[in-house]
Ligand binder design. Structure first.
Ligand SMILES: *Cc1c(COP(=O)(O)O)cnc(C)c1O
Length: 366
């Protein structure tokens, strides 16, 4: 089968192996004479599948038996912008937001609709080309006045990524990891909660993984909220309080198993570094023909963004790239330029081919 080099920002490329496994179990699952999609969500096979997916995710990040749960929720990462505040933004405290790009702003705006929220640090005045210094903003904050600190670990639209994470002590740190979860090793325990819409590194769209420490669950149990919006409800019912997106969770399970087979998060990190290096080298060795949008120390290993020095050539670049079999390279409408999203499911080969195309295009047009 002829697969396009897929650089879509999300939903994004999935490994062929994962698609094939999904296909093979599409009609019939576990000797039940029916597909997973036709089974009661309260049946043993579905309960088991969901429990295994939770275990697998925690194992991949070394948080099994570390006091964390995984909740499978709907509404995407965007729902978490609101739900995190609804569950955890207690009266008399502020949610402190690190602004590093468009998605972080959305999270902040949703929190403002729920309660007290403040900007802790922002990279906006630099046009999001660099990340704000979070450590410098922390002194003086206490758990008495701060409900949590919210940080977007990878800025999908702009193409920047945090390398270090603040030590917020007793203040819970919440991470939107939608576009870089499982792409690198990190001190996951720094985060009291992190969430990721599945459609970038975890599988197809339709489900969001929320990894949350048990003490935050206890806090959410007391939140004055409808049960369906409480994290504690999902934890107490193993994400089966209402009918969950069973097929999406199953595809996530296949993606997690694939990740483990590749060698886990460490292998994903090595591969991401290799893929990102191919593209950034093509940019940096272009004598200014291409220029990165984000300053070098902040560049993302998941979303590489760049411009052509002659911006009128960008349309041609995108058209020729499309014709040559590269999909999804247009920058986000708010940024423009070019963006290559190189999530875990994107093979190294795709990046090598794109780097080759970039060199070739420059020779022809430079
Ligand atoms: C894609 C993305 C979102 C939005 O996710 P939805 O599932 O569409 O709500 C939020 N945050 C980040 C960092 C993203 O990459």
């Amino acid at each position: 089968m002829d697969r396009t080099y897929n650089f879509n920002p999300g939903p994004a490329a999935l490994p062929l192996e994962v698609l094939e496994q999904g296909r093979d179990s599409f009609m019939e699952y576990g000797g039940q004479g029916m597909s997973l999609m036709e089974m009661s969500h309260r049946s043993k096979p579905v309960e088991r599948m969901i429990a295994e997916t939770e275990e697998l995710l925690l194992e991949l990040i070394g948080l099994a038996d570390a006091g964390y749960r995984v909740l499978f929720m709907s509404g995407g990462a965007s729902a978490q912008f609101a739900l995190a505040a609804m569950n955890l933004l207690t009266a008399g405290k502020s949610g402190r937001y690190v602004l590093s790009g468009g998605f972080s702003e959305k999270a902040y705006e949703e929190a403002l609709s729920v309660g007290e929220a403040e900007v802790l640090a922002s990279g906006k005045s630099h046009g999001w080309a660099r990340l704000p210094d979070v450590d410098a903003a922390l002194p003086g904050l206490t758990a008495a006045d701060t409900a949590y600190v919210h940080l977007t670990t990878n800025n999908t639209i702009e193409g920047s990524q945090f390398r270090r994470f603040p030590d917020t002590g007793a203040i819970p740190l919440i991470g939107d990891m939608t576009s870089d979860i499982l792409s690198r090793e990190l001190d996951w325990k720094r985060f009291a909660m992190f969430y990721a819409g599945a459609q970038k590194n975890l599988g197809p769209a339709g489900v969001t993984a929320v990894v949350i420490r048990e003490d935050l669950l206890a806090a959410s149990a007391g939140a004055k909220l409808p049960a369906i919006f409480r994290y504690a409800t999902y934890a107490a019912n193993n994400s089966l309080y209402n009918t969950p997106p069973v097929h999406s969770i199953y595809m996530m399970k296949l993606m997690l198993e694939w990740t483990a087979r590749q060698g886990g998060v460490a292998a994903m990190e090595a591969r991401s570094a290799e893929k990102a290096a191919l593209l950034y080298e093509a940019i940096d060795a272009s004598g200014g023909f291409y220029g990165g949008i984000v300053e070098r120390p902040y560049r993302s290993s998941m979303n590489a963004t760049w411009r052509l020095s002659d911006e009128s050539l960008e349309r041609t670049f995108l058209q020729e790239a499309q014709a040559a079999g590269f999909a999804g390279l247009a920058g986000h409408r708010s940024v423009g330029g070019i963006r290559a999203s190189i999530y875990n499911g994107v093979p190294v080969e795709a990046c090598r081919a794109l780097a080759g195309f970039m060199h070739d295009f420059r020779k022809r047009r430079g």
